[in-house]
Design a protein around this ligand. Structure first.
Ligand code: ADP
Ligand code: MG
Length: 256
């Protein structure tokens, strides 16, 4: 077995990196695939998505990356077929405490052997373009970039794509953009609104694939999520919002 290794990356916060990671994992887990989520964000939201309290978790990615703890020690099972390499706020010291050579290869060196243990590895990232994001991009094979389409917001895509191109040139020739995912789309304005069309045209021009699937904004859905304590692809599989995640999973499977 050799895992599909995909990061949800962008330098923007609040654009559903964690939500997409947490909702996709159960879809593949229920197909019998073994899924590992690696949380590289000190907010610890991936653990929270599965009802775990980050500050109560002892062994985390910080220990793996800074203290050389074996990844296997920090891995926790959060659902059938879903394992998590968690982070909590200790991870905020990672970039500062990182010493020695090959700083950008620390994640790859620590977890590369896990590729043969899983079918899918999803890496959830912090909203930054620093050393942490560099470690992620040096390890993964593919990147999904969540992106909130607003007038002129295409420009923010350029920054993360430049970061990806830089890593491609220097550390990871295999790295590719799996797709740009429009998130928090205002469905009242129409899922095929001018803004979406503009974003598609922009991605086409740049030669980046933009997923047909978009994730609409729904405050009510977000509230239901908070009440549930588990990703809605587990707890509310018939919810209309969840159908977007099933469509996205299919679209990813066609391309990975
Ligand atoms: P990121 O990881 O990129 O910072 P999150 O996945 O944490 O973003 O999402 C940001 C916030 O949006 C969270 O509070 C989450 O509960 C909420 N949210 C999730 N899905 C939706 C949605 N479809 N519409 C609106 N808000 C959502
Ligand atoms: Mg997040």
């Amino acid at each position: 077995m050799s895992a599909k290794v995909i990061a949800l990356s962008t330098n923007k916060g609040g654009v559903l990196k964690t939500s997409v990671t947490a909702h996709l994992a159960p879809i593949w887990a229920k197909q019998g695939k073994k899924v590992l989520i690696i949380d590289m964000d000190g907010q610890g939201n991936s653990a929270m998505s599965f009802g775990k309290i980050p500050k109560k978790i002892e062994d985390t990615m910080y220990d793996v990356l800074i203290d050389g703890m074996a990844a296997e020690v920090a891995i926790m099972n959060v659902y059938e077929n879903i394992d998590l390499l968690p982070s909590n706020k200790k991870m905020r010291f990672f970039e500062n405490d990182l010493k020695g050579p090959n700083k950008l290869l620390r994640l790859k060196n620590a977890v590369n052997h896990l590729r043969k243990e899983y079918d899918v590895i999803l890496v959830d990232s912090p909203p930054t373009l620093g050393t942490t994001q560099g470690n992620i991009l040096a390890f993964v094979d593919q990147v999904i970039i969540p992106f909130q389409p607003e007038p002129f917001s295409q420009l923010s895509l350029v920054e993360i794509v430049e970061g990806i191109e830089d890593i491609q040139e220097n550390l990871n020739k295999e790295l590719r953009i799996l797709g740009i995912l429009a998130t928090l789309v205002d469905s009242r304005a129409g899922l095929h609104s001018e803004t979406i069309q503009e974003a598609r045209a922009y991605c086409d021009k740049k030669g980046w694939y933009m997923f047909e699937t978009v994730i609409p904004r729904s405050i009510r859905f977000a509230t239901e999520l908070k009440r549930n304590g588990l990703p809605a692809t587990i707890s509310l599989p018939k919810h209309p919002m969840v159908q977007h995640y099933f469509e996205l999973a299919k679209e990813i499977e066609e391309r990975w």
